[in-house]
Design a protein around this ligand. Structure first.
Ligand code: ZN
Length: 87
């Protein structure tokens, strides 16, 4: 079973499996790092929602993976850890 992945073109994000395009505009702000972070979060949230609705099985698998990762990182976890990994 193919895994849906998040891909990006110049401006848009889309799902590699069903080709659904995310609504979030991909425009990295040039000045403030904070809004870049917010943009990333927005894209991530939308992708999460897409997985949940369009690919529930993949979403469940993803949730399990995240839970494991969180459990593994527990002793060092930050209170505001949202499960997003840096690049
Ligand atoms: Zn999809």
């Amino acid at each position: 079973m193919p895994t849906p992945r998040l891909r990006s073109t110049d401006r848009q994000f889309f799902c590699t499996l069903c080709k659904t395009q995310l609504k979030t505009d991909f425009r990295w702000p040039k000045k403030e790092d904070m809004s870049a972070k917010a943009t990333k979060q927005a894209v991530f949230n939308e992708w999460d929602e897409h997985l949940r609705i369009a690919h529930p099985r993949q979403w469940e698998r993803e949730q399990r993976k995240r839970a494991r990762r969180r459990a593994a990182a527990e002793p060092y976890a930050f209170p505001n850890d949202n499960g997003i990994e840096g690049q």
